[in-house]
Design a protein around this ligand. Structure first.
Ligand SMILES: [Zn+2]
Length: 283
């Protein structure tokens, strides 16, 4: 039995009245700690660790309003990635809850709430639901977030990404997305970033900030960045011998020794203008 199978089984036994039901964390030491994303709803504070049965020391808890993930490279995704890379998180769970006010608060009501706080309409983005990532279905929100996390380039394919709902009254868990069954679509990781026109610039700026490995993106021609990043990732995938949908039968290439040259600078050295300036010195 795997970790979340045991968590769900113990939770359902406890809900059914079995007072002996509980997770035995020592049996799952290799699968702990877990990384959980939940809503900020204060009712979850005492409830969530209890219903999961995971000890506090093995529970890396990220929270935001509505357990929303806005994109594969978003701030929340970066924290999740670091929770795995730095703090050793072994499995990820996006955990929604019933009676979530983030889902229940419509755009007009949200505007009213902001106005009551002195935040006028003109200070807010046009499309509030899109900006805040608010949702109308708690369950769809969890499924969507799990899908984004699963296909984020920042998350290892080895990390299962689960989606759960918790009943805020009874504490019963519902397993919406079984992370042991959802294989990551490796090719989609970068396609999602590269082909999403609206997100590309932000995504690449995010990458520039994040500096994956030694790679840095200079602030010049965006088109070159897109191709450079895509080709670079394709080579990385080949080097790791991970098949992609786009190139299923291609033989693996040798590892690329260094990040791509993303500007028009000649590979042999300095850009032309600098080469001219240092011409004498170079000779
Ligand atoms: Zn909530």
């Amino acid at each position: 039995m795997r970790l979340f199978e045991a968590i769900i089984a113990a939770n359902h036994r406890a809900i059914a009245g079995d007072t002996t039901a509980g997770l035995k964390p020592f049996e799952f030491a290799a699968n702990l700690p877990i990384v959980a994303l939940s809503c900020i709803d204060v009712r979850l504070g005492p409830l969530l660790p209890e219903v999961l049965g995971v000890p506090e020391s093995d529970f890396i808890w990220l929270r935001n309003a509505g357990n929303i993930i806005t994109g594969p490279l978003s701030s929340t995704m970066r924290s999740m990635a670091l929770a795995c890379a730095i703090k050793g998180g072994k499995e990820i769970a996006i955990i929604g809850h019933t009676d979530c006010q983030v889902g229940k608060t419509g755009a007009l009501e949200l505007l009213e709430r902001f106005r009551a706080l002195g935040v006028e309409r003109h200070r807010l983005p046009d499309n509030l639901p899109e900006f805040f990532g608010t949702f109308s279905s708690d369950r769809q929100n969890v499924i969507h977030a799990a899908d984004i996390a699963r296909n984020s380039p920042l998350i290892s394919p080895r990390i299962p990404v689960h989606g759960l709902m918790v009943d805020i009254v009874t504490g019963k868990l519902e397993w919406l997305v079984n992370g042991y069954e959802t294989a990551p679509s490796v090719a989609s990781k970068w396609n999602e970033v590269i082909h999403s026109a609206g997100q590309t610039v932000d995504a690449l700026k995010s990458l520039a900030d994040f500096q994956i490995g030694e790679m840095k993106f200079p602030e010049t021609k965006i088109g070159e960045h897109i191709m450079g990043a895509g080709e670079w990732m394709a080579e990385k995938l080949h080097a790791a011998q991970i098949p992609t949908a786009a190139q299923p039968a291609a033989p693996p290439k040798p590892p690329h020794p260094e990040p791509p040259h993303l500007t028009a600078a000649p590979k042999t050295g300095l850009p032309p203008q600098l080469r001219a300036r240092f011409k004498v010195r170079l000779k």
